[in-house]
Design a protein around this ligand. Sequence first.
Ligand code: BLA
Length: 287
Amino acid sequence: MEVSAFSYQNFVTRALGEAQRRTEFTPLPLQESYKCIKAMDGKTLLQALAFTAPKVRLQRSLTIDGGQSMQVLDFAAIPEPEFDLPIFCANFFTASDMNIVILDLNPLYDVISHRDYKEKYYTNLLSLGRKYAELLPWGDKLTSESLRFFSPIVIWSKFTSSQAKHDILYQAFMDYFKAWLDLMDEACAEQDATQVVRNCEAQHRYLTWRAEKDPGHRLLKKLIGETLAKDLLRNFLFNGVDTMRCKTFLDYFPEYKCSDGTINSKRSIIGKSFATRPWDANGEFIG
Ligand code: BLA
């Protein structure tokens, strides 16, 4: 079935409306330079918004509207380091009739080795995860490098466009975002300074990974050129990567170091990937 061009813009509008009902989200001056960028093809439009809230260091979104041929959403909410809350992550890429979707509450700490963290945030969300994992089935191979940033309730899916699928995706997006907002409402600031530093480092490691290895980079460079793409990535989408800590990508991920000292451009070094969902219904890792 042909679907008329839809846009992820209303996902953003609805989510921000929900966020505003919970707490005060204030626009950040950061968004001014990226609010509306026309791509080099003269027609694709990139629109960005950024907010802050008492427990949220950065809530930012980027939508790319390329009409029928391409629609993109990158929506994230990143807590203040006083909170070990997960990072809300919705990355949806739609090209003509193909969709590539990641929706998750990305854990600040690897859930396979940090059981207490997994139990704290995900035990109550497993049924939500099961519901949408069934409606939006696992999307083929996912690298182990990406997997360590995902939670047991991650939705990783690929599907051809239909109105029904887009409705489900919208529902999933809103339900996951509301779940994240609930966690945010309940979160108490960490008093232990050592723990705050740990949270800060974990968040910085996450930003460093994404600023270097997110699969959307090539397309962004094609749309707006290398310089502006890099600026958008480091100063807007993954803001904090150059300011929160001094560590570099290779400090966190030394396995990517080439013999000449540069960063290996491959996305996966280990080469292992997961073709089926590596968590069981109880959120136990079975990969
Ligand atoms: C594909 N995007 C993917 C894939 C993943 C993600 C897992 C499958 C390919 C792969 O495993 O490398 C998303 N990967 C993530 C996320 C994390 C991660 C969110 O590690 C977080 C830790 N996608 C976008 C944006 C664009 C985009 C903004 O979010 C474009 C501007 C495009 N994603 C995009 C494209 C592909 C893709 C074109 C398929 C092409 C490819 O795999 O290279």
